[in-house]
Design a protein around this ligand. Structure first.
Ligand SMILES: Cc1cc2nc3c(=O)[nH]c(=O)nc-3n(C[C@H](O)[C@H](O)[C@H](O)COP(=O)(O)OP(=O)(O)OC[C@H]3O[C@@H](n4cnc5c(N)ncnc54)[C@H](O)[C@@H]3O)c2cc1C
Ligand code: FES
Length: 284
């Protein structure tokens, strides 16, 4: 289903559509996932991996959040949110049946189809796994079309690991080399300790015939790219996700603009060689 037509949920990109919370669950102490269904049975929601929605909590605020669910299950919409401020906390406190406004999907997507026929290395840091999880779902749905696929995931501590059951399932199967590391851990942790770049040496892929998709804090992405380039990976085979403050999400307001580039509509997923200069610029 890689080339399915992408039908926007909103008839107009600036008009939020009502969706209802179906279920909400905590992934870690500060991060939750929740599923939603259309309030009045709107058409199935279609998106591409890496795209985001603008979620509007009535009377509180509207924020960009990546879609973390499975495109094949278009009747529900899943997001994963770290509760850091007013709007994210308000979303976390919504009960089943509560309404949210949804605009989207917006932005560019991970080039899953272009990665077919080659090895694929997916590198995620912290909540950066959320916009990459739909890539994993699509890859697993068309697994024979890819070479070796590895998922490298790093968090601060074992308690910060998202999607633990899925990671365990993926690591037991042969379809995906799944490697997890944490920055620091107690004695009960028997897994890898160290930053996510330490996993690159253990990952099985051919840098000359591989694509990389990288998402996480910018410092993590910079070091990951450096290591991938040291192995000989070309910068046009590396894609990253940029996050910047957003308001309109459609290129009107200029909030996310860097020169001629709008992160909301030209990104958030960029080919690294085209965005290298922006990664060096801190958010204004
Ligand atoms: C394209 C895109 C996709 C995103 N996807 C996700 C996602 O899947 N899950 C998720 O939890 N968050 C995601 N974010 C970040 C999310 O939008 C912010 O955490 C949110 O806007 C914070 O809103 P708030 O009202 O709760 O907090 P605020 O009160 O606005 O901010 C609380 C703290 O978070 C910081 N902050 C606010 N916005 C951002 C941002 N964009 N990036 C980093 N720090 C920020 C603020 O500086 C402040 O320190 C995404 C952002 C973008 C641009
Ligand atoms: S958020 Fe308005 S131009 Fe990008």
């Amino acid at each position: 289903m890689l080339e399915a037509p992408r039908v926007p949920a909103s008839p107009h990109p600036m008009v939020p559509q009502p969706w209802c919370v179906r279920r909400s669950w905590w992934e870690t102490e500060d991060t939750f996932s929740f599923s939603m269904e259309p309030h009045h049975g709107s058409p199935t929601f279609q998106f591409s991996p890496g795209q985001f929605n603008m979620l509007y909590v009535f009377g509180v605020g509207e924020i960009p959040i990546s879609i973390s669910g499975d495109q094949a299950k278009g009747e529900t919409l899943v997001h994963t949110v770290r509760a850091v401020g007013a709007t994210t906390r308000a979303i976390g406190s919504l009960q089943p049946g509560a309404q949210l406004g949804v605009r989207g999907p917006f932005g560019s997507s991970w080039p899953v189809r272009q990665a077919m026929g080659k090895d694929l290395v997916i590198v995620a840091g912290g909540i950066g796994l959320a916009p990459l999880r739909p890539v994993v779902y699509e890859v697993l749905a068309s697994r024979p079309k890819f070479g070796r696929v590895c998922l490298l995931y790093g968090t601060r501590t074992p308690d910060d690991i998202l999607y633990t059951k899925e990671l365990q399932k993926w690591s037991k199967g042969a379809d995906l080399q799944t490697l997890v590391t944490v920055d620091r851990a107690g004695q009960d942790w028997t897994g890898n300790v160290g930053v996510v770049t330490t996993l690159i040496a253990k990952a099985e892929f051919d840098p000359d015939h591989a694509s990389a998709m990288v998402c996480g804090p910018e410092v993590m992405m910079r070091f990951t790219i450096r290591e991938l380039e040291k192995l000989g990976m070309r910068s046009d085979n590396i894609h990253i996700s940029m996050e910047r403050n957003m308001k309109c999400a459609v290129g009107f307001c200029g909030h996310c603009q860097f020169g001629p580039t709008f992160i909301c509509k030209d990104g958030p997923i960029f080919r690294y060689d085209r965005i290298r200069h922006l990664l060096a610029i801190r958010e204004m």
